[in-house]
Design a protein around this ligand. Sequence first.
Ligand code: THU
Length: 159
Amino acid sequence: MKKEQLTIPYFVVTENELSEEDRQLVELAKSATRTSFSPYSHFSVGAAVRLSNGKFLHGSNQENASYTTGTCAERCTVFYANARYPEAAVEVIAIVARREDGRFTPFPVSPCGACRQVLAEVEHRFKKPMRVLLFGADEIYIMESVGQLLPMQFNADSL
Ligand code: THU
């Protein structure tokens, strides 16, 4: 038997260490939390993407009284981006969450498993790493690709 180990590299930075472009994306994701429809969880999540054609788009979590039919901010945003610009790769996604008291979470909120799978498909589809910026008021995590969020992923190459 052989034991293998995976390591997940990511950067931990503060807001003032972000590049101007990344800061802009985080600001967009922050403002996107205001468009969240989350009367059940009271947890407002915003996401923003920068595309290879230079466009910035945003989305947010959209809940439903039939809970399971709602969707997370990440999926809302990348599906919207791919529907509007099907030829454009998603180069970066920023994700921000705000609690009921209106404050941003101090530590980053990590995308759920379903969103990781969807983000992985988008990354695979465009054959280009998608950087992931997970915002927290105290610290921000940066991953160089979705592959780092979802190692050993199932994708079209597995079929
Ligand atoms: N949510 C997101 O939008 N993204 C995440 O990464 C985690 C969870 C949403 C789903 C639901 O509307 C609310 O946050 C509480 O789970």
